[in-house]
Design a protein around this ligand. Sequence first.
Ligand code: ADP
Ligand code: MG
Length: 402
Amino acid sequence: MGEYAGLGEVGGKRVLVRSDLNVPLDGDRITDDGRIRASVPTIRALAEAGARVVVVAHLGRPKGEPEARYSLAPVAARLGELLGSEVAFAGDTVGESAHETVAALSDGQVALLENVRFNAGETSKDDAERAEFARRLAELADAFVSDGFGVVHRKQASVYDVAQLLPHAMGTLVSAEIDVLRRLTDEPARPYAVVLGGSKVSDKLGVIDNLLGKADTLLIGGGMVFTFLKAQGHEVGRSLLEEDQLDTCREYLRRAEESGVRILLPGDIVVDTEFPAGERTPQPQVVPASEIPADALGLDIGPASAADFAAALADAQTVFWNGPMGVFEVPEFSDGTRVVADALSRTRDHGGLSVVGGGDSAAAVRTLGFDEASFGHISTGGGASLEYLEGRTLPGITVLEA
Ligand code: ADP
Ligand code: MG
């Protein structure tokens, strides 16, 4: 029997753990088990301390009722393999099956409940409805551990409300994530560079806004770069463009200049005449960022820009990266992302901290074959880390501190 930090003795107790097990599936095959692996240390620590561990999690976006394709059953099997012991799977979340499964647990055993989002109460905007569902969840346990970093920015029953009903503690994953994010916001080691990419500017405006006052250099690539290029007066052909964000981008460029923050935009772009899809062989072409042809789409930063970005990152002591530099899923448009990831992976060679945030960015690092261990930290929660960096409070964290 043993203790768990923040909860004291947990031997023989039923401990409900909110994990983030929302992995990509192809049928019932898990294509990337990163989130399951990241959840193992907390579950294992509790099991080793003799707790009866009851894991609750979601998968995908079912509409508040059971839907076979979003079942967590394949995840239970994989979790069991990673733990090296069988994980009992309950066919519902708070029903008969859940109660029977939990009652059958011995000390040190682990159960996984079926997808929490099969219950409308989980994500309900109605406080009373959410609280009622949380009450039913709480009946299954004596204590609660919050370890689903990917959902701590959500005011949901299994994240927020249940913590108000049970003795609670932070899991090791959530506390590691929060520690790293603090290092990005409270007196970061300088030079501090932020690399932003991905598909939409509007997703990342809050971060740009907040980091303009903190970072030394902001490097921008990916689909969001075209709104910045257009804001500078360049034509961007058929590239991704958010017309309604042009003024905001202009404002950011102006503020950066005023405050001495360097914003680096790519000088060359890899374009094609069609978005890569289906059977067609991509025909990449490199053009200056100021001369994107009217019929072309920008799909990656060019080789000269990738080299510039890598050079700008070479002496950084703190780097945060969110959003791929191009459509990295297609090999012809993955070079910019690869070069930037490679530069980040070298940050620790000179004692710096590199942090990768965002689901697709983390997937890019893995699919491009990088060793995860060469990065300082790969965040499991894109939205949560962005909201933290925007300076917002995360309900799932605040509730634990109360
Ligand atoms: P993250 O999940 O890391 O936060 P995003 O979801 O913002 O990243 O963006 C990831 C997506 O952006 C990828 O699927 C990638 O293909 C796409 N993307 C990157 N560059 C471009 C581009 N130039 N045009 C269109 N899509 C792009
Ligand atoms: Mg994404």
